[in-house]
Ligand binder design. Structure first.
Ligand SMILES: [Zn+2]
Length: 350
């Protein structure tokens, strides 16, 4: 768990707005970064091609610089996805993405074994192996941003669940009759405390003629978490109430997770958690008030150490582990992989 990595990997982060890629060295140095707009309106094939080109560009630059050859490629992508087969099943923020065999497409292009993992699990691995949750056996990573997501380390290993969807903490119900979430269900914490949820609450207040300070600052533009925060900081009572409600919902989420999983540490990341220092205090306060006393006293709540790079650096241990595991499975079964399948590298018959 705490050993230094011995290999380099090529990391790719597929986000709704941006695609990023970089070479990750064993000492966690992130180098030869390349980024491009995702531009998903161009269609699935165009985005996949761009990912392949960016991966090849990073690889070429790293080779030219004489860096160690990556042993594989790790792709961080939004879920739900099939991590074993390397397929993006559905990406809510990417138009048209359904059952896209992303890992094999990249593997074919760069000729390296390629693995797909949900973005929040990549981030959780990063903070658990090298960041704020290092050394723990039970940890949770939560990102509070446009949405709310998470990854769980339970009893010293990542928790995936039967279908790989474990850790979707943003879709835990905190209000039975609460606002509708993007998935159509009422009262999920993401519908209340994410950037999307805060913006929705602000639109409702504005439509009812409230939040005059926010209305004046927007001058007809749509509210977002930043504008609501700025109006709250300027003393707008309606915006203060929206944020207060959001942080209370986050605290309820924290307490539920503490009672469910008894973690040693919960790591908070994501733009909202980073930019609003009161979030971590309110999160701790919610746990202290709502969770079992012993487990609330035990849990440490910390900010993520690796910021935006969690979704790149986390691919280092994931790729190394999965390559070692598939090699072990092949040797145990006389060449036929069992369990975690062989890396998705197709041999060309030339
Ligand atoms: Zn939901």
């Amino acid at each position: 768990m705490e050993e230094a990595a011995e290999s380099s990997v090529l990391a790719i982060d597929l986000g709704g707005t941006r695609i990023r890629a970089a070479h990750i060295s064993p000492d966690l140095t992130v180098s030869h970064r390349v980024a491009a707009l995702t531009n998903d309106e161009a269609g699935v094939d165009a985005v996949v091609s761009r990912i392949c080109e960016i991966a090849a560009e990073v690889l070429g630059a790293a080779r030219a610089a004489g860096l160690p050859e990556p042993i594989g490629v790790g792709i961080s992508a939004p879920g739900p996805l099939d991590r074993e087969r390397g397929i993006v099943i559905e990406a809510p923020n990417l138009a048209g993405w359904r059952d896209v065999p992303l890992a094999s497409r990249v593997a074919d292009h760069v000729k390296l074994p390629t693995f797909l993992e949900r973005d929040t699990n990549v981030a959780a691995q990063c903070e658990w192996r090298y960041g704020a949750a290092r050394g723990s056996r039970d940890a949770i990573y939560i990102t509070v941003s446009t949405g709310i997501g998470g990854g769980i380390i339970a009893d010293g290993r990542p928790l995936f669940g039967a279908d790989g969807t474990a850790g979707e903490v943003g879709h835990i119900t905190v209000e039975l009759d609460g606002p509708l979430c993007g998935d159509g269900q009422p009262g999920h914490v993401e519908a209340i405390a994410s950037g999307t949820g805060i913006a929705r609450a602000a639109r409702e207040v504005l439509a009812a003629g409230g939040a005059p300070r926010l209305a004046a600052s927007l001058a007809g533009a749509e509210p977002d978490a930043r504008s609501v925060s700025e109006a709250a900081d300027a003393g707008d009572p309606a915006c203060l109430a929206i944020l207060d409600h959001a942080w209370e919902a986050l605290g309820a989420l924290g307490a539920s997770l503490v009672n469910l999983l008894n973690p040693e540490v919960i790591v908070l990341g994501g733009g909202i958690a980073v930019h609003r220092p009161e979030v971590i205090e309110r999160f701790r306060d919610g746990i202290a008030r709502r969770a079992f006393e012993a487990s609330a006293r035990r849990v440490r709540v910390a900010m993520a150490k690796h910021g935006d790079d969690v979704s790149l650096i986390g691919s280092l241990p994931i790729v190394i582990d999965r390559i070692h595991r598939s090699a072990a499975a092949r040797s145990a079964t006389g060449g036929v992989p069992a369990g975690d399948p062989a890396p998705l590298q197709r041999r060309t018959t030339t």
